[in-house]
Design a protein around this ligand. Structure first.
Ligand code: 13P
Ligand code: 13P
Ligand code: MG
Ligand code: MG
Length: 371
């Protein structure tokens, strides 16, 4: 069976206006570039969209993960879109392109990247999740619930192919280390790590070898790039994306979407400095307006058919998620009333890479010793 690679690569190359949305000309520019690559048989298929101020390239190809050719294509596409953004004087044009020249792999250069090489099953449903105004750890709770929580995923209880659970690859993004943990065997240890979502982030989930339908394969992948670590200062949040496979040995599509009915608190929002609810929205509603948010997640569903992306279906464009959106707005009101106070504002250690230290430096000499 041929392998297929799905690469979701995104960057903020300019907001319209402020940090709210992607200008349609950037989407058109990216579509043209990827269509050319498809005509040249570099890509099997692609879909371009925008979520908040992030330009999203969803691509299928046969070149495996970390392919220089595909990463270069994405980089060049973002550069072309940046040129348009500069002409329109969009806000933060080229914001996430942190290096001057492409050097073989797009990782560590600013854009966020989630890619997986898989054996295409008889039927291959896949969901591309795209968040704006938050950080990679925002995926910890929903990914955990999808693949490890039987109160979310009925299949963990009633589908024997999933009874051996799943393996989680967790990254310590401060120490640059990773560990693989098995759920349910090590569920509590796993939670001890991933509950600390600003440091320990789920990078991948694998099926066990005993899962007859997806034997040991990767079933989910999350982008974990940290912009401030590359840039050395705050330039924007690391708005993350993820790819999740559904059905046949994996959680069903509805089990994959179910955690997002709870708008959990994530960090990001205004100036990347605030906790707020993650609101599930359609692409049409993925405009970050109120206080530059609240943080949002959109979900596009596809069937992958011999490399072709059959879709997208805008999965949160559904009244079934209205209550989650309403709850998110209620939480947004409640959190906003704290103004500059924690826990709406992030704790000090997470403010280190924002512009706040400059304010504190100004006050440094005013401090006197307390007797
Ligand atoms: P300004 O410096 O334009 O006020 O931008 C702040 C901001 O939006 C941080 O990303
Ligand atoms: P982005 O990370 O989406 O560019 O947002 C930055 C910001 O400062 C929003 O207030
Ligand atoms: Mg931006
Ligand atoms: Mg963004």
């Amino acid at each position: 069976m041929d392998k297929i690679t799905i690469s979701l690569i995104k960057a903020d190359v300019g907001g319209w206006p402020g940090h709210s949305t992607v200008h349609p000309d950037l989407i058109e520019t990216a579509k043209e570039a990827l269509q050319k690559a498809k005509d040249e048989h570099i890509l099997e298929d692609f879909h371009v969209t925008g979520v908040g101020d992030d330009l999203q390239l969803i691509m299928t190809h046969r070149k495996g993960v970390d392919s220089e050719e595909i990463h270069k294509l994405a980089w060049n596409t973002f550069e072309k879109a940046t040129a348009v953004a500069k002409e329109l004087k969009l806000y933060g044009a080229g914001q996430d392109l942190l290096k001057d020249a492409f050097s073989g792999n797009i990782r560590g250069m600013g854009p966020g990247i989630a890619e997986m090489e898989i054996t295409e099953r008889k039927s291959e449903p896949i969901v591309a999740f795209m968040m704006d105004k938050t950080e990679p750890g925002a995926f910890n709770l929903p990914i955990y619930r999808i693949f490890a929580d039987p109160f979310n995923t009925a299949g963990l209880v009633i589908d024997p192919s999933m009874h051996d659970g799943f393996k989680f690859e967790v990254w310590d993004i401060m120490e640059h280390k990773k560990v693989i943990m098995h759920s349910p065997k090590e569920m509590y240890d796993l939670l001890a790590l991933i509950g600390a979502k600003s440091r320990y982030v789920i990078k991948r989930v694998y099926a066990t070898e005993s899962n007859p339908k997806v034997k040991g394969e990767v079933v989910a992948v999350v982008s974990t790039e940290k912009l401030y670590q590359i840039a050395g200062e705050y330039i924007g949040k690391d708005d993350p994306v993820a790819l999740v496979r559904a059905q046949s040995g994996c959680p069903a599509l509805g089990e994959v979407l179910e955690p997002f009915a709870f708008p959990h608190l994530v960090s990001g929002w205004m100036r990347g400095s605030h906790n707020g609810p993650l609101m599930p929205v359609s692409i049409k509603q993925a405009h970050c307006t109120r206080f530059d948010g609240p943080p949002r997640v959109a979900a596009l569903g596809f069937q992958v058919a011999n490399g072709r992306l059959v879709g997208p279906v805008d999965l949160f464009d559904d009244p079934a998620f209205d209550r989650a959106r309403e709850t998110a707005q209620y939480i947004a009101d409640y959190m906003r009333r704290h103004g500059p106070f924690e826990p709406h504002r992030l704790p000090l250690e997470e403010m280190e890479y924002t512009t706040l230290p400059k304010v504190l430096t100004k006050l440094k000499d005013r401090f006197e010793k307390i007797q």
